[in-house]
Design a binder for this molecule. Structure first.
Ligand code: SF4
Length: 338
């Protein structure tokens, strides 16, 4: 059973985003005539869904395809194959002129708030710009809505007049969040939104995102390389490795009983707050394989301490091993039907 259809059946919770077998492959061109000599399999057959008021964390090492996944879901990159449903509407191949309306429902918060904000615009103009572009408000009404957005993200109204360089990193990220909220989206894709911030400020921004979610049932796709940050904000966590999801479940289950050897290794590196508690660190040998030339079979087999012969030839499917807990590993099979 794939992950997405199962969740659509869950009662009482509306699915905001459903992604089915999504792939994004980049052609690699060589020579004078740009001959295609291969592909980078950045995202390769990813399925998941996100409900109202839910945060799905996507975690993995850098280069695993998680940022490409976020951009492809937003249609900033055209998907190679698969399906993206936003509130039940198929936007996979939707023409740009229709997509613009749908994009109001999906906004992005970027990693580096400084690079993602126009340095020549005042912060109030930055937050109000989406309202102008989509023709939603102008003049006094726009001004009032921008002021309300500033207050909602914990900024003072007088900071509307400041330029991005006149604010701290955390304040700039709040401006980025206010801009994303301007169109009252139902989904925010946050790509490493706190990794450029000081540790002390990270918690403030994460708590802001959680407060906003509590108030408005926003859904988040929260992308990060940092499992501790993802744990703090997510309801469920998807672990990504070389373009594929290898494990997906609720955060408690993931931290208590991971099923995939790669997740085990990632968790072993997360610091434990209790100095008396001991966690054996699993050191993975070898490098992350290139997504241009992923190993045959299970992409993790070159580093897996439990590798078997079958792992070198057969790709393990993401299967529901126990209720709501999915893993892609030949060692983890669902129980046989009685
Ligand atoms: Fe390891 Fe094999 Fe499982 Fe891959 S399928 S994670 S190589 S045991």
């Amino acid at each position: 059973m794939t992950e997405a259809p199962r969740q659509v059946r869950e009662e009482g919770r509306r699915v905001v985003l459903r992604v089915q077998d999504l792939a994004k492959h980049f052609p690699v061109k060589h020579g004078l005539f740009g001959r295609v000599s291969g592909h980078v399999y950045a995202v390769d057959g990813v399925s998941f869904s996100i409900h109202e008021g839910e945060t799905l964390g996507v975690v993995g090492e850098s280069g695993c395809g998680k940022s490409t996944l976020g951009k492809t879901v937003l249609r900033l990159l055209p998907p190679t194959s698969g399906q993206i449903l936003l509130r039940g509407k198929d936007i996979t191949l939707m023409p740009e002129r229709h997509l613009r309306e749908q994009r109001r429902q999906m906004q992005m918060v970027f990693q580096d708030p400084y690079a993602s904000l126009n340095p020549r615009m005042r912060c109030g103009e930055i937050v109000g710009e989406p309202l102008t572009i989509h023709g939603l408000a102008s003049g006094r009404e726009k001004e009032q809505r921008v002021t309300a957005l500033f207050e909602r993200v914990g900024l003072r109204p007088d900071q509307k007049k400041r330029y991005p360089h006149q604010l701290s990193g955390g304040q700039r990220q709040r401006v980025g969040v206010a801009r994303a909220l301007a169109l009252t989206p139902s989904l925010i894709i946050a790509d490493e939104p706190v990794s450029a911030l000081d540790v002390s400020v990270q918690a403030q921004v994460i708590n802001l995102l959680k407060d906003l979610q509590r108030d408005s049932s926003l859904a988040y796709l929260f992308i990060s390389h940092n499992l501790a940050v993802v744990e703090h904000i997510s309801h469920r966590i998807a672990v990504m490795y070389v373009g594929k999801l290898v494990e997906l479940t609720d955060k408690k289950t993931l931290f208590r009983s991971p099923l995939h050897p790669y997740t085990e290794a990632l968790l072993s590196a997360v610091p434990v707050p209790d100095p008396g508690a001991k966690r054996d660190r699993i050191i993975l040998h070898g490098d992350v394989p290139s997504p241009m030339n992923p190993p045959p079979g299970c992409a993790f087999h070159t580093r897996c301490p439990y590798v078997k012969d079958i792992c070198r030839t057969q790709v393990p499917a993401l299967r529901e091993v126990t209720s709501g807990h999915f893993a892609a590993c030949h060692l983890r099979q669902p129980p046989a039907p009685a």
